[in-house]
Design a protein around this ligand. Structure first.
Ligand code: CS2
Length: 439
C-alpha cells in the first residue's frame, strides 16, 4: 500500500499534530532533496504541531522530476527514520504540500514565490547550485539559463513588487561560509543584470540571513524503503533516513514573518559565523578527509573509515589541532566536546553513509572545508599534516580512474594527472581559487 493521507500507521509513528489541509503555504523551498526533508521540513512540522499556522511548504526541484514523483502521489507525506544504535524511530511529516518541477512548469514556481501567503524562499541547492564563477562572482551566463534559481527568484520578486506585496526572506541552507551574505551578493549581481529596477527594492525589502544547518542524511536506498514496507506495511517512495542529531542555527534577520523554529530546537542568533565555521571546518572538513582517505583504503562507509585505526587519529588531529584553533568560538561553544560528539556521530553503525556521496563536488567543497584552515596555519608558519594527507588523498582519488562527480571533473582529472598537480590545482591561477599555496 502506497503511503497517503488515509494510510493507517501504528500509534508509535508520530504524526503531524495539526490540520494539514487548513494550512496555507508560507515557504517555497528550492532544491527539495533528502536533506531538506530530514531537516527544515521537520522543524517546520514541529512548529506547526506546536501551534504555528500557515507554514506549509511548496518544494521545488529545478530539473529532476524524481522527488515530485515520490511525494505528489502521497499528498506530500513522507516518513523520516531516525537511526541510532538504540534502534529506529519513524515519524510522518506533513509540512510539504506538493512538489513543483521548475523545468516542467516554470510559471507555477514564479506564482508560488509571488503568492501573498509566501514569506520565505529557502534553498538547498548544494554548493554548485549558486553558480559562482572564478573569484566567487556570479556566472551570469549560467544564472540566466532556464534552470537557474536566480531566474525564478528574480521573476517571483518582480511579480511581488508589481503586485505591491512585501519582500521575502531568502534563506540559504547550504554548506557555504557566510551562505546568507553569499546569496545576497549573488542575487544583487543577478538583479543588476536582469532586473535593474529591482535592486533597490530587493535591498530594502528582502533579507538573506545566514544559517548553519546540520544533520547527516545519507541518500535513501531501496533497502531503506523495503525495510519500512516490511515493518509498517506501507510503501513510502519519499522516505528519508537520518540520525537523531539535528542542529539549525539561524541569523535572526528576517524580512517578515517566520515560523517559531526557536520553539522547536533551532537557535536564532545575532551571528552564525562561529557555528558555521566550526561546522564547515570540523564536521565537513573531517567528512571530506574521511571520504578521500577512506576510499583510498578501500572503505565504503563513514563508520568504517572512522573505525580504521590508521584513519581515526588523523581525523582527530584535523579537528582538534588544525581546525579548532582557527575558530573564534562563541560564548559557551566547546570545540573539544564538539569534536567528541562528531566522532560519535561518524561512528554511528546504524547509518550507512557512503563516502562516495561525500566525495562528490570536491572542487566546490574543499575551499571552505580545508583551505581556510590551511591558510590560517600557513600565515603562522605552521603545517597541517592531517589536511595535507587529505589533499594528497584527493589527488590520488582524482587520479584513480573512478568516475568523478564534480562540475569541474574533466579539468580536475587533467590537472591532477601530472607532476605539477599541486600547482595546477592550488597554485596562482589554479583551478581551486585559494590563498593557500602548496609549500
Ligand atoms: C557531507 C554533508 O556530503 C557531504 O559533503 O559532508 O552533507 C554532511 O553530511 C552534512 O553537512 C551534515 O550536516
Amino acid at each position: 500500500m502506497r503511503l497517503g493521507p488515509d494510510t493507517p500507521l501504528p500509534a508509535s509513528v508520530q504524526a503531524p499534530g495539526y490540520d494539514r489541509s487548513a494550512q496555507a503555504v508560507g515557504i517555497v523551498h528550492i532544491g527539495i532533496g533528502a536533506f531538506h526533508r530530514a531537516h527544515q521540513a521537520v522543524y517546520t512540522d514541529d512548529a506547526m504541531t506546536a501551534g504555528d499556522r500557515d507554514w506549509g511548504i511548496i518544494g521545488v526541484s529545478l530539473r529532476s522530476g524524481d522527488v515530485a514523483a515520490q511525494l505528489n502521489p502521497q499528498d506530500g507525506l513522507y516518513t523520516v527514520s531516525t537511526r541510532s544504535a538504540a534502534g529506529t524511530d519513524l515519524r510522518l511529516i506533513g509540512a510539504v504540500r506538493r512538489v513543483l518541477v521548475a523545468a516542467d512548469d516554470p510559471q507555477a514556481v514564479i506564482d508560488a514565490i509571488a503568492a501573498p501567503t509566501t514569506h520565505i524562499v529557502s534553498f538547498t541547492v548544494t554548493e554548485k547550485g549558486y553558480l559562482r564563477g572564478p573569484g566567487g562572482t556570479l556566472d551570469l551566463v549560467a544564472a540566466k539559463a532556464p534552470s537557474s534559481l536566480y531566474r525564478f527568484v528574480g521573476a517571483g520578486l518582480a511579480a511581488r513588487r508589481a503586485a505591491g506585496l512585501t519582500g521575502l526572506t531568502l534563506l540559504s541552507c547550504d554548506n557555504l561560509a557566510g551562505n546568507g551574505a553569499v546569496l545576497n551578493a549573488l542575487m544583487d549581481q543577478y538583479l543588476a543584470a536582469a532586473h535593474p529596477d529591482l535592486v533597490d527594492w530587493f535591498d530594502t525589502e528582502c533579507r538573506c540571513p545566514s544559517t548553519m544547518i546540520d544533520r547527516i542524511v545519507p541518500a535513501t536506498t531501496d533497502a531503506d524503503r523495503a525495510a519500512i514496507e516490511t515493518k509498517f506495511g506501507v510503501r513510502d517512495e519519499g522516505a528519508v533516513v537520518t540520525e537523531r542529531f539535528s542542529q539549525w542555527v539561524i541569523e535572526d534577520d528576517f524580512a517578515g514573518q517566520r515560523p517559531r523554529w526557536e520553539a522547536v530546537g533551532a537557535q536564532l542568533v545575532a551571528d552564525v559565523a562561529p557555528y558555521e565555521t566550526a561546522k564547515l571546518r570540523m564536521l565537513n572538513g573531517a567528512h571530506s578527509a574521511l571520504a578521500y582517505i577512506g576510499l583510498g583504503r578501500g572503505h565504503d562507509y563513514v563508520h568504517q573509515a572512522i573505525a580504521d585505526p590508521d584513519i581515526r587519529p588523523v581525523i582527530e588531529r584535523l579537528m582538534l589541532d588544525e581546525a579548532a584553533p582557527t575558530i573564534a568560538a562563541a560564548a559557551g561553544q566547546d570545540l573539544s566536546a564538539y569534536a567528541d560528539a562528531l566522532l560519535d556521530r561518524f561512528a554511528n553503525p546504524a547509518l550507512d553513509h557512503r563516502l562516495i556521496q561525500i566525495a562528490m563536488d570536491g572542487s566546490q567543497k574543499i575551499p571552505q572545508r580545508w583551505l581556510e584552515t590551511l591558510v590560517w596555519h600557513q600565515a603562522r608558519g605552521a603545517r597541517c599534516p592531517s589536511l595535507e594527507a587529505a589533499v594528497a588523498a584527493w589527488i590520488a582519488f582524482l587520479r584513480s580512474g573512478v568516475v568523478i562527480d564534480d562540475p569541474l571533473a574533466d579539468k580536475l582529472r587533467a590537472a591532477a594527472a601530472g607532476p605539477d598537480a599541486m600547482d595546477r590545482l592550488f597554485g596562482n591561477g589554479g583551478l581551486i581559487a585559494s590563498d593557500w599555496h602548496p609549500a
